[in-house]
Ligand binder design. Structure first.
Ligand SMILES: [Zn+2]
Length: 82
């Protein structure tokens, strides 16, 4: 698998240009893992285009970075007992 075909500059989920390398394969050159510092989505370069390419990522799972602050925490953090 060749990493050079992967678009590694735009997040597939939120389209932010806020992507960095998270880690690389123990055997050099096999895969690269990226993380988006806007929506915390992470993906490996060897995953299918539906998980790695902003244009092929399923529209129903896209996230608008403007909505991130209002997305509820799941599971909800319970109130303090005392
Ligand atoms: Zn993102």
């Amino acid at each position: 698998m060749n990493d050079t075909t992967v678009n590694s500059t735009i997040c597939p989920r939120c389209d932010a240009e806020n992507v960095r390398v998270l880690t690389t394969s123990p055997v050099p050159g096999r895969w690269t893992m990226y993380v988006c510092d806007t929506c915390i989505y992470s993906w490996r370069s060897t995953e299918p285009r539906s998980a790695t390419d902003p244009l092929a990522y399923p529209a129903e799972f896209k996230i608008d970075p403007a909505d991130i602050p209002s997305i509820p925490a799941i599971p909800t953090v319970p109130p303090r007992r005392r």
